[in-house]
Write a protein that binds this ligand. Structure first.
Ligand code: AMP
Length: 563
């Protein structure tokens, strides 16, 4: 959005308390996102709101700013401290995230508005003391909140004024419906409610009837993913063996810049890709539902801090859930696996430059959730999807859904990623050898080893690292798994396998552009430390800013990481 545009609304024009404005300014937010622009004034007028808002749209701050503003106002006349607002989210990770956002926004008024996260990360009883202090806002999963009500650690019947149901569609699919019903019996009849949901399906509409009264429904005009000026979406048609050759070439030739998440369609394929990349000396972390929650959060935090460049994630469970399909009630077991898919869906990744769909997602929802990890807030991002013949229909399906009903035949979402596969013949041979080395048993062994290792890490994380945060940094999650014998050869890129157009850059920090339309003014490759906002703005399209940084730089980078 143009800052000088007369129509741009600023936070200070919304009647928000100076203390909140101070926090917003510290966060560096120059203007409200569309959902904030619409929802905050309505919320301040006292309206119930149902908003279709994707993760990354700024939805948390949309309700959080309204909650804090209202609490500051209420507390001017309130005679006693009480729990006045509850934020419900479907998982511990999402609770942590919402809590973190609220704390950032209450930084300027932390003595006046207290917010605690009582999600099930620790035993129920240990949260009792903090609840006794009656914090103004509590963030919890529905079942944990209910457990506190049953244990009489809290009472909400007389004091609750505002209820937020975040990621409402997920709450339903996690099977929290009964918990929610019981919760509603324990709060006053009159309260103000906000419901945020990525989709507005039948479940959410049912939930709306249960929770909201005469709600304003906000379906923002914005598409479900950012516009093409902010998010570039590419596709390349390639079959299984070429996928591996391509990914090796892209990474070894430094053609992918910035933090990148690779999505695959199953947990086994996470390990397949990791073991493949290990052989090329490319370090990556795995994020999958089998890993303990502490490890998962730690991996994301370290990734956000710039410790890793590559994460390989799977969202196995979402893929079985076809977009728009009506859901049957779920068994406990499938609910559990559903909860797990939030690792890919809700957790806040920061400054992700690229999402690469190594495997094409099996539904439009899944595509949106994956690609929504990049181009967050007003940062640019790139998505590249590898599409095999059997997935072409899915690509078309996603494109149709993203274009919407009013699209012309000539409209497109996906740009072809013009990569000459014949130029990377050398990588094809190497990839073939590397992939053959990754046997089924090597994958199983790696999977078990990783889970064991992460469980060990996880228990260490819990106790020891609470007291020694500096040591936590040393705990890396991207170490090679060593279940495949690796040869030194694959780790090096001899000149003869470098595409003609990229040769002759060895040892130079700034090389020629790889793309046909070369741009000599392009930036050199961003390292993790290079992910500042200014830099990212200039580097509008990381995947297209092809530049061969040269082998020396690759070696340097590797040395830095192999601690
Ligand atoms: P959410 O949709 O709540 O998950 O928010 C996604 C990200 O956008 C979070 O990292 C927020 O810190 C960030 N964010 C929220 N509001 C704004 C804003 N007005 N300007 C810039 N970034 C924002």
């Amino acid at each position: 959005m143009d800052e000088d545009n007369e129509e741009t609304i600023h936070f200070h024009q919304m009647g928000i308390d100076d203390r909140i404005l101070e926090s917003i300014s510290k966060l560096g937010w120059s203007h409200p996102t569309p959902i904030q622009e619409k929802a905050i004034p309505l919320a301040l007028e006292g309206k119930d709101i149902l908003a279709r808002a994707r993760t990354g749209s700024g939805k948390t701050a949309a309700y959080a700013i309204a909650l804090i503003q209202k609490l500051l106002h209420l507390k001017q006349t309130a005679s006693e401290q009480a729990i006045r607002a509850v934020v419900l989210t479907p998982s511990k990770e999402l609770c942590q995230q919402a809590h973190k956002n609220i704390l950032e926004l209450t930084a300027g008024c932390s003595r006046d508005v207290k917010c605690v996260d009582v999600s099930p990360q620790v035993p129920l009883a240990s949260q009792r003391p903090v609840l006794m202090e009656k914090p103004d806002i509590i963030v919890a999963t529905p079942s944990r909140l209910l457990a506190h009500l049953r244990a009489e650690n809290i009472r909400l019947k007389e004091t609750l004024e505002m209820l937020v149901v975040d990621e409402a569609d997920l709450l339903f699919s996690f099977g929290y419906e009964d918990d929610l019903r019981e919760l509603l019996d324990n709060i006053p009849k009159i309260y103000q409610a906000f419901m945020m949901s990525a989709t507005l399906g039948v479940d959410v509409i049912n939930l709306k009837k249960m929770v909201l009264h005469n709600a304003v429904i906000l379906k923002l005009e914005e598409s479900q993913l950012p516009e093409a000026t902010q998010l570039n979406q590419y596709h390349i048609k390639c079959e299984e063996s070429d996928k591996f050759a391509l990914v090796a070439a892209l990474l070894k030739l430094n053609l992918v810049r910035g933090k990148t998440i690779f999505f695959v369609n199953s947990v086994n394929r996470c390990y397949l890709l990791k073991l493949f990349l290990d052989q090329f000396g490319i370090r990556s972390c795995i994020l999958n539902p089998e890993l303990p929650v502490n490890s998962r959060c730690h991996i994301v935090n370290q990734f956000n801090d710039g410790m890793y460049d590559y994460i390989i994630a799977s969202d196995e469970v979402t893929d079985s859930k076809k977009s728009g399909s009506k859901q049957k009630p779920k068994s406990k077991r499938s609910r559990k696996t559903d909860k797990e898919f939030s690792i890919a869906r809700g957790i806040d990744f920061f400054n992700v430059s690229n999402v690469i769909n190594f495997d094409f997602p099996q539904s439009t929802d899944s595509y949106i959730h994956r690609v929504g990890r990049t181009a967050r807030a007003d940062n640019p991002g790139t998505a590249l999807s590898f599409v095999s013949i059997k997935d072409h229909y899915l690509l078309e399906q996603v494109e149709k859904a993203l274009l919407g009903e009013n699209a012309d035949d000539s409209d497109t979402i996906f740009k072809p990623y013009n990569f000459k596969m014949e130029e990377i013949e050398g990588f094809r041979y190497r990839a073939k050898d590397a992939i053959q080395a990754v046997t089924r048993s090597a994958i199983q062994e790696a999977r078990m080893k990783d889970v064991k290792h992460e469980i060990f890490n996880s228990s260490k994380l819990k106790s020891y690292f609470d007291d020694n945060p500096q040591d936590l940094q040393a705990l890396r999650h991207d170490k090679p798994l060593h279940t495949v014998k690796s040869s030194k050869e694959l780790k090096h890129v001899p000149d003869y396998i470098v595409p003609q157009t990229l040769r002759g850059n060895k040892g130079r920090s700034r090389g020629r552009s790889f793309s046909a339309k070369s741009n000599s003014k392009q930036q050199s490759a961003p390292t993790s430390a290079h992910t500042g906002k200014k830099f990212r703005k200039r580097q509008a399209d990381p995947l297209k800013s092809f530049e061969f940084a040269g082998l020396t730089e690759t070696k340097k980078k590797k040395g830095k990481r192999s601690k």
